[in-house]
Ligand binder design. Structure first.
Ligand code: ARG
Length: 350
């Protein structure tokens, strides 16, 4: 689900040294490494989830008295300012700051000073990115479910209109027995119903909270994992800290469900393409979803349906690509998992 408002990350020069690693690094990254390391060109799209998760973490740190109430208030106000800046297009995303997490943290330090560093108490970017992305995937599943519901409703309306419209039913694409168009369309209502079931089922496993796993082995701070999980609408904190930061099933399962759904859409598109040829002549597609030809005026090309059929390739490819990325990763976090976002419809800005 790409956000609508594209933001171009700046290509600001990399710092000479890397203060993030506590000053024990004398050198900044090599040019080639600096070119492949950042994820901000695509993960800026997690800004909302990153701020939401940070607000929940900050409130918990305050409630547990790990930071003072005044510090929590300062951090909260700073994060809200950043959200406004990003949404109004006034935020400069910096490639040198690598990803959305460090871009926001660095801006927070500019706004509120040293207290900003306390937000990262009892947290690592490893549990942070897993949390942000789970929130993002959850939103995408809900949006997709709403769209499939609309599609089912449209098919149902047509099926009712054509409950008595006789057409040939096929096997081997040979006319076999008479059926109704309503009956035929209802087969797709069933398919999209199963697709929705798969999304609902995947959602239960997506909706678990990794926060508290920190880098991989948890934290010795007296955090309240139930509080952050509940605030963020998750069902529960994840049980195993290594799994919490290493797992990407929560991306793969939805991608597999989307692949099946794309396959169903592709079969429907294929039938519309066949039915609209004069040889079948069952349907006439509207001008608004077809293209014509100036030298062959008899033609009405079913481009929209062909594109639905065509895009199925890249959707199934996304699912395959992430499976291959993950298949040999040792526990726990590995940077390879940064590659999980682009296949999940999070394109990089050019
Ligand atoms: N940008 C990183 C990702 O998407 C965030 C986590 C980085 N963690 C680390 N230990 N380097 O995976």
């Amino acid at each position: 689900m790409a956000k609508t408002k594209p933001v171009q990350p700046s290509t600001a020069a990399n710092p000479q040294t890397n203060p993030m690693w506590g000053g024990h690094y004398a050198h900044g990254p090599a040019e080639a490494f600096a070119a492949i390391n950042p994820s901000i060109s695509f993960d800026w799209q997690l800004y909302q989830q990153d701020i939401t998760a940070s607000l929940a973490h900050c409130a918990m740190l305050g409630a547990q008295k790990i930071i003072t109430a005044a510090e929590a208030q300062q951090i909260e106000a700073g994060l809200k300012t950043i959200l406004t800046e990003i949404e109004s297009g006034d935020f400069e995303f910096k490639t040198a700051l690598e990803d959305i997490h460090m871009n926001i943290e660095s801006r927070l330090a500019e706004i509120i000073g040293d207290t900003a560093g306390k937000l990262h108490t009892a947290r690592s970017r490893n549990d942070q990115v897993a949390t942000d992305f789970r929130l993002y995937v959850r939103d995408s599943l809900d949006a997709m479910d709403g769209l499939l519901q609309l599609l089912q409703a449209a098919l149902l309306t047509r099926a009712q209109q054509h409950a008595a419209t006789i057409m040939p039913g096929f096997t081997h694409l040979q006319p076999a027995q008479p059926i109704t168009l309503g009956h035929h369309l209802m087969a797709y209502v069933e398919m999209f119903g199963r697709d929705r079931d798969r999304l609902h089922d995947a959602r239960t496993r997506v909706n678990m909270c990794p926060l508290g796993a920190a880098a991989l082995a948890g934290t010795s701070f007296q955090i309240n994992r139930t509080m952050t999980a509940t605030t963020l609408g998750f069902d529960a904190p994840m049980t195993n800290s290594l799994d919490a930061v290493a797992d990407r099933d929560f991306v793969l399962e939805p991608l597999a469900a989307f692949s099946l759904c794309a396959l169903h859409l592709s079969r429907l598109a294929e039938e519309l393409i066949l039915w609209s040829t004069p040889m079948f002549g069952f349907v006439r597609l509207p001008e608004t979803f077809t293209s014509g030809s100036s030298i062959m005026p008899q033609k009405r090309n079913p481009d929209a349906a062909e594109l639905i059929r065509g895009k199925t390739g890249r959707i199934i490819g996304s699912s395959n690509s992430l499976m291959i990325t993950l298949k040999a990763l040792p526990l726990a976090y590995n940077k390879d998992t940064q590659e999980d976002k682009e296949p999940f419809s999070m394109p990089a800005a050019n």
